[in-house]
Design a protein around this ligand. Structure first.
Ligand code: DX5
Ligand code: ZN
Length: 213
């Protein structure tokens, strides 16, 4: 299982230190939650702060857009050369075009599905993306409760991916802990995002990542 800690639960007064801590703890990606206060009822960080995150990070960035104007934000973040940019399918009129744009910028395109969105609705995009992010909470905040129906969605998505694009990764985001990570692995999930579990663990960041692994 690949681990992508979310810096949403980091101490923003000591952001560089908290980014280095997850990299030293051997995470696989640094998950960056970008919220615009419109698509979701919360507002986080823009390119200036993400640039500071990128400089502090020795691991590739996984940028999760939760915004209304996806193409505008892709242009803002592309110069930082993240590994992935994912955008919400619920908020994009021309997802296929945006996927092509992200790839043309040398970034791996990913699509994100809210808890109510079925995997079958993105069947005809699967050939063109490198990852599908299934939300296991409603986007906007860290520390929410895991929604178990993501297990059925991941099972159904895995079947589609096996047929259409076996290299495409499945990522799950929200409420992930050492209590549910095995159930995610069992249904074919490749990457998990974990915010509060990693940053708030009583035994520290390194131990939290190693527990998940
Ligand atoms: C929610 C974000 C998540 C969040 C996960 O909108 O996309 O990445 O930070 O936090 P936890 O792991 O605390 O649910
Ligand atoms: Zn996220």
């Amino acid at each position: 299982m690949l681990i992508a800690p979310s810096i949403l639960s980091a101490d923003f007064g000591n952001l560089a230190k908290d980014v280095k801590a997850i990299c030293d703890g051997d995470c696989d990606f640094v998950h960056v939650d970008v919220m615009d206060g419109h698509f979701v009822p919360n507002l986080t960080i823009g390119p200036v702060v993400v640039e500071a995150v990128a400089s502090a990070s020795s691991k590739p960035l996984d940028i999760h857009l939760m915004v209304e104007n996806n193409s505008f934000f892709v242009d803002l973040f592309a110069p930082l050369k993240p590994e992935f940019i994912s955008f919400h399918i619920e908020e994009e009129k021309h997802p296929h075009r945006l996927i092509q744009k992200i790839r043309s910028l040398g970034i791996r395109p990913a699509i994100t599905l809210n808890p109510h969105t079925s995997p079958e609705s993105v069947e005809f995009l699967l050939a063109d993306v490198d990852m599908v992010l299934l939300m296991s909470v409603n986007p906007g905040f860290g520390g929410q409760k895991f929604i178990p129906s993501v297990l059925e969605r991941a099972t159904r998505l895995k079947k589609l991916i096996n047929r259409i694009n076996p290299d495409c990764l499945i990522e799950v985001d929200g409420g992930v802990s050492d209590k549910n990570i095995q159930s995610l692995k069992d249904v074919g999930v490749d990457v998990v995002v974990a915010g509060s579990f990693v940053y708030k663990h009583p035994d520290g960041i390194r131990e939290a990542i190693s527990l998940l692994k």
